[in-house]
Design a protein around this ligand. Structure first.
Ligand code: ZN
Ligand code: ZN
Length: 258
């Protein structure tokens, strides 16, 4: 069994699939994917991700405001706590810091991330963290406001071993996406080999970042299989072992997803 620990089911490009999302999820199940975490990105898509978690027994969701969506509406701690009580919600996020695509919203990103970390601590939920070009600040804010008991995940990880190490020390998990299969990702592959097996997750981040051999195409949750097979090979493990470990890790981190 495999889990897609991070996908945006409400954003998939479904036009090439007869049967829409039903067909896309069926395709993933046929390839051994039996749980999907549909990740919220703004206050505008909360209803939609909660609806999807209600519609499919193997879909759960998270609610939060992506660092690149903070201008669409900032979520305060109380709002997040209320959203966290909706059925099917297993985590807060995605939240975090993205100083690569946006530097003029730095301050508001910090405020938003801090609110998510505080709300997650109060709700007893893990946090899904997006971090780009903000290694030290991401770790500093987690250290200052995170709750090591419920921790979270650095999703779609592309940063250095030093950052991975610091996150692991804060009880965080590290999730690898299709980027690890890209030709130019040698440094990331070195990091991927070193992450302890009991702290590793796999994801698609679909519809973005399709793994090789689908690179450049629209991504779907079925391709988490390609990511997992690639990482298993990279670490010299049988695929089944990697699948089993990442699935166990997922349910340990997100106990409400069971
Ligand atoms: Zn992200
Ligand atoms: Zn995402």
């Amino acid at each position: 069994m495999l889990v897609d620990s991070h996908c945006h089911l409400d954003r998939l490009k479904l036009d090439q699939f007869d049967g829409g999302l039903d067909a896309v999820l069926a395709l993933a199940r046929d390839r051994g994917v039996h749980k999907f975490l549909c990740v919220g990105i703004s206050l505008d898509n909360v209803e939609r991700v909660v609806e999807l978690a209600a519609a499919y027994s193997d879909v759960v969701c998270s609610v939060g405001v992506h660092p690149l969506d903070v201008e669409s509406g900032l979520a305060e701690v109380d709002t997040l706590l209320a959203l966290a009580r909706k059925p099917g919600v297993v985590a807060l996020g995605e939240t975090g810091l993205d100083f690569y695509y946006s530097t003029d919203t730095k301050e508001i990103q910090r405020r938003s991330f801090t609110a998510h970390l505080q709300a997650a601590g109060q709700a007893g939920l893990p946090v899904i963290v997006h971090s780009r070009d903000a290694r030290e600040e991401t770790i500093d804010l987690i250290r200052a406001h995170g709750n090591p008991e419920h921790a979270g995940v650095l999703h779609c990880f592309t940063e250095s071993w030093e950052m991975a190490r610091a996150a692991l020390d804060l009880n965080y998990y590290i999730s690898l996406s299709g980027i690890v299969t890209f030709k130019n990702a040698a440094a990331l592959r070195d990091v991927a080999r070193r992450i302890p097996l009991d702290r590793l997750l796999v994801e698609t981040d679909s519809p973005y970042l399709a793994p090789v051999p689908y690179r450049g195409k629209s991504n779907i949750p079925a391709y988490v299989r390609e990511v997992a097979e690639f990482v298993a090979d990279l670490r010299g493990l049988p695929f089944e072992r990697l699948a089993e470990a990442t699935t166990e890790n997922f349910f340990r981190l997100f106990p409400r997803a069971i």
